[in-house]
Ligand binder design. Structure first.
Ligand code: ATP
Ligand code: MG
Length: 417
């Protein structure tokens, strides 16, 4: 136990962290291009926020949360997703009084007590965006196009975009009657959780992952066939906007998504490359959420993409990520005088933005050079008493083995070139 990370967690080791840094850099550029500002929020929130904000008929709240009582007797939960915290922050900081829409993004860890599988962990990473205050389909189109551009910049191919509309409370209440009518004779065959959902939120039953529930809901009536005029127009407007940008999509009437407060647009990006955990990204509009969390009625929309699953897709597609691991120069030394000199030289090199290393293990010269190779040094220089006294040394290019004499004073300028 002591030397094993908890089940469902994964260390990101120095040998693979460059992949994460690469994706984070592309995300930051993308968000800058699209005008989304980063927001950083606490890892834990009051449990109540998720019960409200995610919805207490969801799998997340009913089965997956890491909840505990802190020493002050408060019920605290590790965030299982990012939206609820961002909504809380939007309300707490009065962002409604700023020019709308408010466009935010985050890179977070999230926590869910789930059965471990490939692409399914208990601590995982999400990149998400949330946009508040805009009702029309324009913002729906914007955030979907953002994902298309992300995949494009990463070189990811063959990701299907599936969209649906689950309407507003008005269409929902009419639809719920039709759905309950359909489900009432099948209720006995559903899982225990779905039985409780029947009265409170029957739409959730469509999204249940249990096989027995799935078989009983495949032919259930779909919400998209029960949309009111306003929701129908919104959906048509969104499809027209996607067509306008040349973005391909499928309408999948079975997508309802995990949150209770989703309205109108819901969508997923799915890859066939990574097996059953193929949903890389999920998103949708949640026009009722801000009010449900105690704010003024405000529309909102967002998505979250799982970085582990994104990396799995990239790996499956053989996409290589540029590695930035090597160093610029290794300063090897013979003797104490050179060692002291090298200490200062390396300090100065680093101060000038040059990635410099020296030996710290009392290695022999031969071993130092071997180590320099292992570090992927582009240049090396060997310093002994003579070099220090004459202020001259041989700068060696480790890749093409070219050598030239340089004065030690000018070595920083040489390397900067
Ligand atoms: P799933 O249907 O796979 O359980 P979800 O609907 O619970 O997904 P969301 O809450 O929409 O997922 O989260 C958005 C994205 O976060 C998912 O599409 C996925 O890429 C990622 N994700 C969700 N849960 C996990 C997990 N346990 N481990 C790794 N990634 C996850
Ligand atoms: Mg899930």
């Amino acid at each position: 136990m002591l030397t094993q990370a908890p089940k469902g967690t994964k260390d990101i080791l120095p040998s693979e962290v460059y992949k994460w840094q690469y994706i984070e850099k592309i995300i930051a550029e993308l968000c800058r291009n699209y005008g989304y500002k980063e927001i950083r929020l606490p890892v834990f929130e009051h449990t109540e926020l998720f019960q409200r904000g995610v919805g207490d008929t969801t799998d997340i709240v009913q089965k997956e949360m890491y909840t505990f009582t802190d020493k002050g007797g408060r019920s605290i939960t590790l965030r299982p997703e990012g939206t609820a915290g961002v909504v809380r922050s939007y309300i707490e900081h009065g962002m409604a009084s700023l020019p709308q829409p408010i466009k935010l993004y985050y890179n977070i860890t999230a926590y869910r007590y789930e059965k471990m599988q490939k692409g399914r962990y208990r601590e995982f990473h999400q990149f998400g965006v949330e946009a508040f205050g805009s009702e029309g389909p324009g913002i729906d189109i914007e955030i979907i196009s953002m994902l298309i551009m992300l995949f494009d910049r990463l070189g990811v191919k063959d990701i299907a975009l599936n969209i649906n509309s689950i309407g507003c409370p008005e269409c929902r209440s009419k639809y719920n009657e039709a759905l309950k009518e359909y489900l009432k004779d099948r209720l006995e065959n559903l899982c225990e959780t779905c039985k409780t959902r029947f009265e409170r939120n029957p739409l959730r039953i469509i999204d249940c992952k249990e096989e027995k529930c799935k078989t009983h809901t495949v032919s259930a009536p779909a919400l998209i066939e029960h949309l009111c005029e306003g929701c129908e127009q919104h959906f048509e407007g969104m499809k027209a906007g996607l067509d306008n940008l040349g973005i391909a999509y499928n309408v999948d009437k079975n997508i309802v998504r995990g949150l209770d407060y989703y309205t109108k647009t819901v969508f997923e990006f799915v890859s066939k490359n990574i097996g059953s955990q193929g949903t890389v990204c999920g998103g949708g509009r949640y026009d009722g959420l801000i009010e449900a969390c105690g704010g003024k009625a405000t529309s909102g929309i967002g998505f979250a993409i799982g970085i582990e699953r994104l990396l799995l897709v990239m790996e499956a597609q053989g996409i290589s990520i540029p590695e930035t691991q090597g160093i610029d120069i290794f300063v090897a030394t013979i003797g104490d005088k050179a060692e002291k000199y090298a200490e200062k030289l390396v300090y100065q090199l680093r101060g000038n933005g040059i990635n410099a290393e020296k030996d710290l293990m009392k290695r022999s010269l031969k071993a130092q050079m071997k180590y320099a190779d292992k570090l992927g040094a582009v240049y090396s220089v060997v310093l002994g008493d003579d070099e220090v006294d004459n202020n001259k040394a041989v700068l060696k290019n480790m890749t093409n083995r070219e050598q030239r004499e340089v004065s030690l004073d000018s070595i920083i300028e040489e390397l900067k070139k």
